[in-house]
Design a protein around this ligand. Structure first.
Ligand SMILES: Cc1cc2nc3c(=O)[nH]c(=O)nc-3n(C[C@H](O)[C@H](O)[C@H](O)COP(=O)(O)OP(=O)(O)OC[C@H]3O[C@@H](n4cnc5c(N)ncnc54)[C@H](O)[C@@H]3O)c2cc1C
Length: 492
C-alpha cells in the first residue's frame, strides 16, 4: 500500500485550504478523504433558504485565494460553494480528492510512524502525517423532544434542507432561533401559509448591512489585489475590535447591548414582543446574530413567535407548556450541530492504541488547538479552543493550516518518525487557556453550545484573532518530542 506524505480528512474549507498550502510548500503527495459526494462542507450541506455568511465575504474567504467578484458584502451560500468549487479547479485538487470515502477510524503505527485511516467501504489509506479537517459543525443535531417519532408531517433539518419539499402555502414550525433560524424565517414568511417560530432563548441581534457590490469595486479588486487586501484588512480590524465587547465583559459589551436594544426598538414597536425578544445574558455569551430581516418577518400577520417551552411533538404538530397543540404541516429544525466538545467524531488511536475519546471524555483539550499529546504527526483544524466569537473562522483556519504545513514540512525534511507535543507543554498551555477563559463572557453564566454540560469550555479561544495567529506563527520545538527515523531522539 502507498504511504502518502499526508492524508486529510474532509473536503470543506479547512481540508481544501490545507491541500492548497501543502502544494504551495512543495508537498504534492497528499490525499483528501471526503464522506460526501461533493466538496464544500458546510456550504454543500447548508442550502436552506437565506443561507449566507455573517462575516463579510472579503474576510470570509482565504487570503491566499482571493475572489474579487463577490456579489454582495455577505454572500449567499450558493456563491460561497461556487468559490470553494472554483478553488478545487484553480489549484488542481480534483484528482487528490476521494469522494464518498467516509473515515471510520484513524490509528497510529508507532514503529512505522504512520497514520492509517480506515473507511466505511473497507478501504485503508496510510500517510506519514494526518490532518483532521472533519469540521466543527458538520453533524446536524436534532433535539431530543418527546414524541418526535410520532409526528406525521414533514421534518427538515436546516443543515440538510429538503429542496424536493415545497413549503408554499404550508403551515410551518421553525424550532430554534439561532444563526440559521434568523436567516430561514424571513425567507419562509410570505411563502408559507403561516410560520410559527419556537424560541427557547432570544439572542442579541445586530443589523447586517448587506449591500450589492458595486461594479467599480469589483473592477478595482480585479485590477489591484493589493486594494482588495487593504479592504480585507479593514474588515479584519473592524471585527478584531469587536472582541473588546464580545469576548470580555467590558464597557464595550454594554455599548453592544445598547446598539442591539436600539435595533430592537427601531424594528419592533410592540413592547410585549420586544420584551420577549430581549436576551437575559451579556452579548457575546452566545453567538451574536446578524440580521436586519428577522424582526420585521416576525411581525408579519402570518408569523408568530411562541415562547412557551415545547413539551412534545404530537402526530399533528408541536405541544407547548401552555397546553396548546400547534398543528403544522412541516417542522424545520434549526437546532444546530453536534459540536465535538468531548470525544472524537470517529475512533482515533494514538501511541499505545489508546482512544483519544477517553482522554477527551470530560472535555477536549490540545496544545495550541492543533496538536495532542500521544498523537504524533496529527494536526487538527478547529481543534479544542480554536473557536472565534468575533472574527472570521477562516482567519483562524489559515493559522492552523500554516502551522500544520510547517510541521509537516519539518517531518518530511528531517525524516522524522514522530513529532509529538509533550504532555507537560499541553497541560501548561491548557491551564493558561482555562484561566483566561474564566474571564470571558462565554463563561459568565449563560448556557451555550460552547460549553460541556458541566461548564467546561472546550471550543472557544479566549482572545483576539491576532493573539491566536501569533501563538501559531512559531513552531516551538522545545514543546515537542522529536524522534528521528533512526530512533535516536533529536535534542531541540
Ligand atoms: C450555516 C453555517 C454558517 C456559517 N457561517 C460562518 C460565517 O459567516 N463566518 C464564519 O467565520 N464562520 C461561519 N461558519 C463556521 C465555519 O466557517 C464553517 O463551518 C466552515 O465551513 C468550517 O470549515 P471546515 O472545513 O472546518 O468544516 P466543514 O465545512 O464542515 O467541512 C468538513 C468536511 O469534512 C467531511 N467529513 C466529516 N466527517 C468525515 C469523515 N468521517 N470522513 C470523511 N469526511 C468527513 C464533511 O462531509 C465536510 O465536507 C458557519 C457555519 C455554518 C454551519
Amino acid at each position: 500500500m502507498t504511504t502518502h506524505a499526508t492524508l486529510i480528512v474532509g473536503a470543506g474549507f479547512a481540508g481544501l485550504g490545507t491541500a492548497i498550502r501543502l502544494r504551495q510548500a512543495g508537498i504534492e503527495d497528499f490525499v483528501i478523504l471526503e464522506r460526501a459526494g461533493e466538496v464544500g462542507g458546510t456550504w454543500r450541506d447548508n442550502t436552506y433558504p437565506g443561507a449566507a455568511c455573517d462575516i463579510p465575504s472579503l474576510l470570509y474567504s482565504f487570503s491566499f485565494a482571493q475572489n474579487p467578484d463577490w456579489s454582495r458584502t455577505y454572500s449567499g451560500g450558493a456563491e460561497i460553494l461556487g468559490y470553494i468549487r472554483a478553488m478545487v479547479e484553480r489549484f488542481g485538487l480534483r484528482d487528490r480528492i476521494r469522494l464518498r470515502t467516509e473515515v471510520t477510524g484513524l490509528a497510529f503505527d508507532e514503529a512505522a510512524g504512520t497514520w492509517t485511516a480506515t473507511t466505511a467501504g473497507g478501504g485503508e489509506f496510510t500517510a506519514r502525517t494526518a490532518v483532521m479537517a472533519a469540521g466543527p459543525l458538520a453533524n446536524a443535531s436534532l433535539p431530543d423532544i418527546r414524541g418526535r417519532d410520532s409526528y406525521t408531517g414533514h421534518m427538515i433539518h436546516s443543515a440538510r434542507w429538503d429542496h424536493g419539499h415545497d413549503l408554499t402555502g404550508k403551515r410551518v414550525a421553525v424550532i430554534g432561533t439561532g444563526a440559521s433560524a434568523v436567516q430561514i424565517v424571513p425567507e419562509l414568511v410570505g411563502r408559507a401559509a403561516s410560520v410559527k417560530v419556537f424560541q427557547r432563548t432570544p439572542g442579541w441581534v445586530l443589523p447586517r448591512l448587506d449591500r450589492r457590490t458595486p461594479a467599480w469595486s469589483r473592477a478595482l479588486f480585479r485590477r489591484s489585489p493589493a486594494a482588495q487586501t487593504a479592504a480585507r484588512q479593514a474588515w479584519f480590524w473592524g471585527h478584531e475590535s469587536m472582541a473588546l465587547g464580545l469576548v470580555w465583559d467590558t464597557v464595550f459589551t454594554t455599548a453592544v447591548a445598547k446598539a442591539a436594544r436600539l435595533h430592537l426598538r427601531r424594528q419592533v414597536r410592540d413592547p410585549w414582543l420586544r420584551r420577549q425578544l430581549t436576551p437575559h445574558f451579556r452579548p457575546g455569551c452566545k453567538r451574536m446574530l446578524m440580521t436586519s430581516d428577522y424582526y420585521p418577518a416576525l411581525q408579519r400577520d402570518d408569523c408568530k413567535l411562541i415562547t412557551w417551552p415545547i413539551v412534545s411533538l404530537s402526530p399533528a404538530g408541536v405541544r407547548t407548556a401552555d397546553g396548546i397543540e400547534h398543528e403544522v404541516d412541516c417542522i424545520v429544525f434549526a437546532t444546530g450541530f453536534d459540536v465535538g466538545k468531548t470525544g472524537t467524531p470517529f475512533p482515533i488511536r494514538g501511541v499505545g492504541g489508546r482512544p483519544l475519546a477517553e482522554q477527551w471524555a470530560r472535555g477536549a483539550q490540545a496544545y495550541k488547538s492543533v496538536n495532542v499529546a500521544g498523537h504524533p504527526n496529527l494536526f487538527f483544524t478547529f481543534g479544542p479552543n480554536s473557536g472565534p466569537g468575533h472574527n472570521s473562522a477562516l482567519v483562524y483556519m489559515e493559522s492552523q493550516i500554516d502551522y500544520a504545513v510547517r510541521a509537516i514540512r519539518l517531518i518530511l525534511d528531517r525524516d522524522l518518525l514522530a513529532l509529538e507535543v509533550t504532555r507537560a507543554a499541553q497541560e501548561r498551555f491548557n491551564r493558561r487557556i482555562q484561566r483566561r477563559l474564566a474571564r470571558t463572557t462565554w463563561n459568565s453564566g449563560c448556557t451555550s453550545w460552547y460549553l460541556t454540560d458541566d461548564g467546561h469550555n472546550a471550543t472557544m479561544y479566549p482572545g483576539f484573532a491576532t493573539q491566536y495567529a501569533r501563538q501559531l506563527a512559531r513552531l516551538d520545538l522545545a514543546d515537542y518530542r522529536v524522534i528521528s527515523r533512526q530512533t535516536e531522539e533529536v535534542t531541540t
